[in-house]
Design a protein around this ligand. Sequence first.
Ligand code: NI
Length: 134
Amino acid sequence: MEKVDTDAGFESFSEPWSPRLAAELNGQAMKLARLDGEFVWHSHPEADELFWVMEGGPLDVEFREAPTETLAPGELLVVPAGVEHRPVAHDEAKVALFEPAGTENTGDSGADDERSNAVRELATGVSRADAPGE
Ligand code: NI
């Protein structure tokens, strides 16, 4: 087992829209991401996605067919699988994401830029359910 300091984790990278794996459990990934500005419209056909604003923002989560949800620090939202959404951070937001391991942040948008790269591990460590002492 390894504990993760999320403050140190956020300090270890500065790029927006570049989620870093912080923990894995039960096939789910918990990632830390700095969100700043507008992301692309996308959906995740197979994956519900949780956004939890830890600091900064606010973060708007826009929907095609529903009102925008605005998240302040301490607020979270689950976006259902298949629902098209666009995160927009008017000021930089430090966000925790929960979703199945392997979920791409750009979903089905077809975006082919550096923001769609496979998630990287947090440089300060990743917490996994290893046996104690490992
Ligand atoms: Ni998404």
